[in-house]
Design a protein around this ligand. Structure first.
Ligand code: HEM
Ligand code: HEM
Length: 177
């Protein structure tokens, strides 16, 4: 049972850092079209996307570990059972996204023959799957569909946070602030 009134400092930092990284991963992909294929700027956008996403993936492990170790502080006043249930469901969905989306992206690069370059070195990350254009298309479609769907899920999550703060006037948002 967690008796503190806020998430731990590590949990709060990780939550907001991952938010910035995910937002930047979206921005790099949505705006890659501003630059011609084959230009340095385009390559930088796409490679940044890969590394932002991989950082999100790497941070998931310490995040889940802290979540298990520290738990979540209770919300005051307590939520009705149905709201507590929906929020739990949404949080698991968000965690699943932070795992599945980068993994799908990585598998897309592998099967599509794209390389994730290590910055400042003439080296790429190892490729662990054989090239397979058909599979690459399926994985990329899934990655794009999930990417679009989660605009809604993340949007709902943000609105829920604002609802708690400004309408229900409880401490949900302050616990993460
Ligand atoms: C939080 C993590 C990530 C998010 C939110 C995300 C989101 C997206 C979005 C929104 C698109 C564009 C979809 C479209 O054009 O309709 C995309 C494309 C793509 N992503 Fe990700 N992605 C993530 C992680 C990754 C990772 C880790 C990799 C690879 C290491 C990756 C590889 C790709 C590739 C190869 C494409 C297609 C690129 C192209 O068409 O030029 N993604 N991603
Ligand atoms: C990429 C965007 C985001 C992702 C992936 C994300 C993910 C998550 C996850 C997984 C949790 C559950 C924490 C737990 O295990 O207890 C959480 C909690 C929370 N998030 Fe986000 N978040 C994002 C953006 C935001 C934004 C922009 C806000 C601002 C309104 C926000 C406000 C909160 C609050 C207030 C909580 C605590 C909820 C509670 O304990 O009931 N999040 N977030």
């Amino acid at each position: 049972m967690n008796t503190t009134t806020r998430y731990s400092a590590g949990q709060r930092r990780l939550h907001w850092l991952v938010f910035v990284l995910v937002a930047a991963a979206y921005v790099t992909m949505e705006f890659r079209g501003e630059f011609e294929r084959g230009t340095l700027a385009r390559t930088l956008m796409v490679q940044s996307h890969f590394w932002l996403g991989l950082t999100v993936l790497a941070l998931l492990l310490p995040r889940l570990w802290l979540r298990i170790k520290r738990g979540a502080p209770p919300i005051t006043p307590l939520l009705p059972a149905w709201q507590a249930f929906v929020s739990k469901l949404m949080h698991w969905l968000l965690y699943a996204f932070l795992l599945v989306q980068p993994v799908l992206g990585l598998m897309t690069t592998w099967t599509d023959g794209k390389r994730v370059m290590i910055p400042f070195l003439d080296l790429a990350l190892p490729v662990l799957m054989a090239p397979n254009k058909e599979l690459a298309h399926t994985l990329e479609d899934l990655h794009k569909t999930i990417g679009s769907a989660f605009y809604w899920v993340i949007g709902f999550h943000i609105l829920a946070g604002l609802y708690h703060h400004f309408v229900r006037k409880d401490d949900t948002l302050r616990r993460m602030g």
